[in-house]
Write a protein that binds this ligand. Sequence first.
Ligand SMILES: NC(=O)c1ccc[n+]([C@@H]2O[C@H](COP(=O)([O-])OP(=O)(O)OC[C@H]3O[C@@H](n4cnc5c(N)ncnc54)[C@H](O)[C@@H]3O)[C@@H](O)[C@H]2O)c1
Ligand SMILES: [Zn+2]
Length: 382
Amino acid sequence: MIQNDHFIIKTKVYFNKGSMQMLRCMKGHCALVVSDGIMQELGYLKMAQGYLKDAGINSAVFTGVKPDPDVNVVAAGVEAYESCNADLLVALGGGSVIDTAKAILYFVWERHKARGEKFEKPCFVAIPSTSGTGSEVTNFSVISAKGAKNVLIDEFIAPDVALLDSTCIRNVPKAVIADTGMDVLVHALEAYVSKDATDFTDALAEKTAELIFAHLKKLYDDPANDNARDRVQNASCIAGVAFTNANLGITHSMAHALGAQFHLPHGRANALVMESVIQYNADLAGTANNYAAWKYRMMAERLNLPARTPREGTVSLLYAIRKLKREIGIPQGIQATGKVDPELFEKAVEGMAEEAIHDRCTPTNPTPPTKEDIVRLYRESF
Ligand SMILES: NC(=O)c1ccc[n+]([C@@H]2O[C@H](COP(=O)([O-])OP(=O)(O)OC[C@H]3O[C@@H](n4cnc5c(N)ncnc54)[C@H](O)[C@@H]3O)[C@@H](O)[C@H]2O)c1
Ligand SMILES: [Zn+2]
């Protein structure tokens, strides 16, 4: 099954509270700080600019990022980058902000290539303000175009430095804690059963799942719990390293299409389809004796859940996921979100399945799906 022969972590990760101050040690003349209105409102943007000033670095800001960024936002960011002639790129925000900064970097580079100019790659620093995507260490960027989410994958866009400063995630609303936390768990489980999983990525995926099951509910119940916040933030980053090396699967492919169609947050869309996908991957309706079922059993065992057989392990894992989702207020199905009209869903389902089949996360799913499989999984998740 394993078709992967290397493991890479390019990003230097600082994980202490207050690590944003590492900006004081950066080099450069002008930084472009990519962020959003919330980070500005909460004062974190000003804080980052202050640290850059201490290092003698001028900064320009681009705060036009909205959740699930699209190509127009990226195009505006490319202009902002070029007009300040930046030699340092800082992303301060959630996955949407970090992905935008990555796409800006990618397209500035493309522009230079098109003009036949040499591109001096800036140092790229990512400071996540959510614990979810792991984008601070991945070579993925998810950008919407014409109502669909496109995944850009290139080592070039992986940040050089990640500053995990849990101060920045103190104000995350409870619903965002829940959605982004489920995203972390899906990253771990998809990396774990991916066709590109290795011993290296398995170790990271197992640790991630342990941390999420131990700390996500605690953080949701009490967002002021420092230890839980730190541990979930670590889990998010660790899962990022796992999936940037092992890739993901059709939970993400389906979530990308579903989220784009019905404007559901990324982590929530994942949480809504993950159980159907696990049952499908493990062939729970059949023999439950394939590669994915054995991997789910291993994961369940690692989590101290009943797992004498692949079937028992998979069922235990599903039970634990369902319990966690209930505890952190994730609706049990797509319809229960109240955001998706059943008729519109039926109209959209074929198109979403078509998109999901061509998503860049699909080839590493342990069981290769047909379009009909995906349509059925969407309906089961409804
Ligand atoms: N690059 C990757 O590897 C990768 C992986 C998974 C998902 N994604 C993409 O990342 C995006 C989702 O990112 P996300 O889940 O981090 O959410 P997000 O960045 O879209 O943020 C969600 C909301 O929370 C707000 N927010 C962020 N930090 C906050 C804070 N500290 N306090 C208060 N509010 C805060 C944001 O302003 C936004 O309104 C999607 O576009 C998804 O497709 C990327
Ligand atoms: Zn994700």
